[in-house]
Design a protein around this ligand. Structure first.
Ligand SMILES: Nc1ncnc2c1ncn2[C@@H]1O[C@H](COP(=O)(O)OP(=O)(O)OP(=O)(O)O)[C@@H](O)[C@H]1O
Ligand SMILES: [Mg+2]
Length: 465
C-alpha cells in the first residue's frame, strides 16, 4: 500500500523522524503523530465537542471563501438552511450544436447554454465527499462560477489538518500515512482511481510523501503496541461511510501479520437514511394527486439524502406540488414542499442522526423538527429502529462470515474483537458481535481516534525501518 515511496526522512520529534497519520473519514477526519513513546493528537476544530477531530464538512461561499468542520455547518445553517430557493435561468455561455443537414453534410450552429441557478444562494455545503470517490464518473462540482475538482475538495480538509498540525508542532509536515477503506468501490478500476484521486488530493494539500494503509490495519497497529501476548484479533471499524474489517495476528513485539481483510460499502449515513423511512407518510407518501393518480413514488426516494432533496426545490417540481393541493393529503405534501423549497433537508438529517445516536444509549427517542409548516414529533423506540435496520444487520453478519472464510479461521479462534468507528456503538451491532464471538472477547477501542493513532504508529515504524 505504498503511494509514493517513503525513503527520505523529513520531520522529527526529539530526533526521531516520522510520518504523521491522517484518517480522512466520511464523517470525521484527524491527524496524529507518534514519537515512539506517546501518540499526539491535535486540536483541529475548537468548535467541535471533540476538538481532536474535524467533522468532514466544507462550506464554500459565493466569493469562494472556504470553511471546514463545525464552522462549515454553522455557516450553512445561518446562510442557507430555511430560506426559499430562488431559481432563475441564466446564460452560462454558448455550445456548438451539430445536426444532420438535408443531404449536404452536417449543420453547425451556436446555441446559448442556459442553466438554472438559485440566485439567493450564498454558499454550498459539502458533506461526505469521501463517498464521491465511489463514483467512477465524478470529477467534481460547479460551485457558483468555479469548478472544483474532487481532489481540490478533499485537499481543503487535508490542508486544514496539515496546517493545524504544523502550527502546533512548529515544524513542516510533509510525510503522511493516510488511511483508506478496504475498498472504495466494488469495482477494481474505480477503487484504484479513488486511491489515485486521494493521492493527488494529499499532494495538493502539501504532503510530499504519501503512503496508504488500510484503515482497520491502522487500528490494529495501535492495539499491537500494548499487546503482550501473540493474539489473533478482528478489527471491526464501522464509520460513517464504510465497514472495514481485518483479522490480524499481532502482539509480543513481533510485527503484525495480516490474515484477511474485508470491506463493505455500508456506514452510518445509510443508517440515517433508513430512519427517513419512518417519516415518509408525514410528508405525503402514498397520497393521491387531485386527479386521483398516486403522488409519484420516486419523489420519496429522493428524500433519502439531503443533497437530493435540494433538487426537489427546482421549479420543475412546483407544478407537482400544486397538483396535490386538492389531493388526498394536501397537508402532507405541503410539508414536503416546505421541506424541500426551504432547504431544510440537511437540518432534518442532522435530527435523524441525533436520534440514531440517542438510541445507542436510550431505549426511545423523539425526532422533533419544528420549522415553517412542519411540526414533527415522531417517537421511535430502539426495538423499532432494530426492525428498520434488519437488512443492514444481515449484511454485516454475512460480511463477518466472508471475513472468517477468507481467514480460514473459526470465530472461536479469534482472541479479541476490537470495535471502533462511531457506528460500532449501535447496540444491535454490539450484540451481533457478542453473539458471534462472546461478550468477553469484544472490546471497545476509542471510537474516533484509534485509526489515526494506529496510522501514526505505522508512520513511526516506516521512518525507523
Ligand atoms: N453513539 C453513536 N451511536 C450510533 N452512531 C454513532 C454514534 N456516534 C457516532 N455515530 C455515527 O458514526 C459515524 C461516524 O463515525 P466515524 O467518525 O468513525 O466515521 P468516519 O471514520 O468518518 O467514516 P469512514 O471510516 O466510514 O470513512 C456517523 O454516521 C455517526 O452518526
Ligand atoms: Mg473511519
Amino acid at each position: 500500500m505504498v503511494g509514493d515511496g517513503y525513503s527520505s526522512l523529513i520531520f522529527s520529534i526529539e530526533g526521531v523522524i516520522v510520518f504523521v497519520g491522517v484518517d480522512f473519514g466520511t464523517s470525521n477526519s484527524s491527524i496524529a503523530v507518534y514519537n515512539g513513546d506517546e501518540i499526539r493528537l491535535f486540536n483541529i476544530d475548537p468548535l467541535c465537542l471533540n476538538p481532536k477531530v474535524l467533522p468532514s464538512y466544507t462550506f464554500i461561499t459565493k466569493e469562494h471563501s472556504t470553511f471546514v468542520g463545525i464552522e462549515a455547518i454553522e455557516n450553512y445553517l445561518e446562510l442557507e438552511s430555511g430560506r426559499p430557493a430562488v431559481w432563475e435561468k441564466r446564460k452560462a455561455g454558448q455550445v456548438e450544436v451539430t445536426v444532420a443537414g438535408p443531404g449536404k453534410g452536417p449543420i453547425i450552429y451556436m446555441q446559448d447554454l442556459i442553466v438554472e441557478v438559485d440566485i439567493a444562494a450564498q454558499g454550498r455545503l459539502l458533506q461526505s465527499i469521501k463517498t464521491a470517490l465511489r463514483d467512477p464518473k465524478y470529477e467534481g462540482t460547479q460551485i457558483f462560477d468555479r469548478f472544483y475538482s474532487i481532489e481540490e475538495l478533499i485537499s481543503l480538509l487535508l490542508t486544514t489538518l496539515r496546517e493545524k498540525c504544523e502550527q502546533l508542532i512548529g515544524e513542516p509536515v510533509r510525510n503522511v500515512v493516510i488511511g483508506r477503506p478496504v475498498k472504495f468501490s466494488d469495482n477494481v478500476d474505480t477503487d484504484q482511481r479513488a486511491e489515485e484521486k486521494l493521492l493527488q488530493a494529499a499532494k495538493l494539500a502539501g504532503f510530499d510523501q504519501v503512503v496508504f494503509e488500510l484503515e482497520p490495519i491502522g487500528g490494529a497497529y495501535l492495539y499491537h503496541q500494548n499487546a503482550f501476548e501473540r493474539e489473533k484479533v478482528l478489527v471491526f471499524d464501522f464509520g460513517g461511510g464504510t465497514l472495514d474489517m481485518t483479522i490480524m495476528e499481532l502482539g509480543k513485539a513481533i510485527p503484525p501479520h495480516t490474515i484477511a481483510t474485508h470491506g463493505v460499502l455500508l456506514g452510518g449515513n445509510d443508517i440515517d437514511a433508513v430512519l427517513m423511512h419512518t417519516l415518509l407518510k408525514y410528508f405525503g407518501e402514498g397520497s393521491k394527486l387531485d386527479s386521483g393518480h398516486p403522488f409519484p413514488a420516486h419523489i420519496f426516494e429522493m428524500l433519502f439524502s439531503w443533497q437530493n432533496m435540494v433538487e426537489l426545490s427546482r421549479p420543475e417540481y412546483f407544478q407537482l406540488f400544486r397538483q396535490a393541493q386538492n389531493g388526498s393529503d394536501p397537508e402532507g405534501v405541503g410539508r414536503l414542499e416546505s421541506l424541500v423549497r426551504n432547504k431544510l433537508g440537511f437540518k432534518l438529517f442532522q435530527r435523524l442522526e441525533q436520534a440514531k445516536v440517542d438510541l445507542s444509549s436510550n431505549h426511545f427517542t423523539q425526532v422533533q423538527f419544528i420549522e415553517q409548516r412542519i411540526n414533527l414529533k415522531n417517537k421511535i423506540t430502539r426495538s423499532r429502529f432494530e426492525e428498520l435496520i434488519a437488512d443492514e444487520l444481515a449484511l454485516v453478519d454475512e460480511a463477518i462470515n466472508e471475513l472468517l472464510l477468507k481467514s480460514g479461521l473459526r470465530a472461536a479462534q479469534i482472541n479479541a474483537v476490537l470495535r471502533t468507528g462511531g457506528s460500532s456503538s449501535i447496540p444491535a451491532f454490539k450484540n451481533l458481535l457478542a453473539d458471534r464471538f462472546s461478550l468477553q472477547r469484544v472490546k471497545e477501542l476509542n471510537l474516533f481516534t484509534t485509526i489515526v493513532g494506529g496510522l501514526a504508529v505505522k508512520g513511526y515504524e516506516l521512518a525507523r525501518n
